[in-house]
Design a protein around this ligand. Structure first.
Ligand code: NAD
Length: 264
């Protein structure tokens, strides 16, 4: 336990359940003394998010569909009523039609391409736009990305293209907001079994492959992503912006991957 985040207020977006990467980050921030607010998508998730928020001492749980401008505005208006200023945001949101997260990228439809880019890429910019106004004393914004942005991963398809655009937007946002001492970074997380991940074809095999080939010979946990997020969200990362930081047991540095992974 530290007091690294004492006096800091942050909005966590993308909590679906206790397996969510957002939850690993929320716990790490709360343990370090941060005050948290949560947004969730759709009524069905509220009953999951409420008790989790309560368990880290938060009673600010607000709905937000990031595909809807009015919904993002309503979230930030409600947040501004409770808090004068904001110190950090976590955007742990991505979405694509499951039917296109298997098979070939070349078969991606225009409708799903646009939807995936809108929810998984533009929403981060839309949220940062609103957060900027509340980050009157500087701030830190964090999103989540994946190695499929850099290299072709089986079945990741349109999400890989979306994550590449998301990583580029991190760099542009960092430049725009740096003058206000608002930092913008991404964590490129290793594979973790979450609701969103279970929609990706052959995900179990991809997990095994990571475990066998990463330098640490394992996958990563949501708590480990949480610890690294704490560095980027707190003063420990005060000179870090525009960065895509890999928290993937080193998987991304390995060039020649073994082919005889057992049990897959
Ligand atoms: P998750 O299913 O727990 O979280 C995804 C969240 O996105 C959910 O809370 C969902 O409600 C939210 N969401 C989707 N559409 C939305 C919308 N229109 N408006 C508001 N919220 C919406 O899964 P996760 O794995 O924790 O995903 C969090 C982030 O981490 C995603 O960006 C994902 O791409 C990224 N990521 C995941 C992995 C992994 O292996 N799990 C690896 C690298 C990066």
């Amino acid at each position: 336990k530290t007091d690294l985040m004492q006096g800091k207020r942050g909005l966590i977006m993308g909590l679906a359940n206790d397996k969510s990467i957002a939850w690993g980050i929320a716990k790490a921030c709360a343990e370090a003394g941060a005050e948290l607010a949560f947004s969730y998508q759709g009524d069905a998730l509220k009953k999951r998010v409420d008790p989790l928020a309560q368990s880290v001492g938060s009673d600010i749980v607000l709905p937000c569909d990031v595909g809807d401008e009015a919904s993002i505005d309503a979230l930030f208006e409600a947040l501004a009523e409770r808090w004068g200023k904001l110190d950090f945001i976590v955007h742990a949101i991505g979405f694509s039609d499951k039917g296109e997260l298997r098979g070939r990228y070349v078969d991606t439809s225009r409708a799903n391409f646009q939807m995936s880019m809108d929810i998984s890429v533009y929403s981060f910019t839309a949220v940062v736009q609103r957060a900027e106004k509340m980050m009157t004393e500087g701030g830190s914004c964090l999103t989540l990305t994946y190695y499929g942005a850099e290299k072709v991963m089986p079945h990741y398809n349109v999400m890989g293209v979306a994550k590449a655009a998301l990583e580029a937007s991190v760099r542009y946002l960092a430049e725009d907001l740096g003058k206000k001492n608002i930092r913008v970074n991404a964590i490129s997380a290793g594979t973790i079994k979450t609701l969103a991940a279970s929609g990706i074809g052959d995900f179990r095999l991809i997990m095994k492959w990571n475990e066998y080939n990463s330098p640490l010979r394992r996958t990563v946990t949501q708590d480990e992503v949480g610890k690294s997020a704490l560095y980027l969200l707190s003063d420990l990362g005060s000179a870090v912006t525009g960065e895509v930081h890999h928290v993937d047991a080193g998987y991304h540095v390995v060039g020649m991957k073994a082919v005889d992974a057992p049990d897959i």
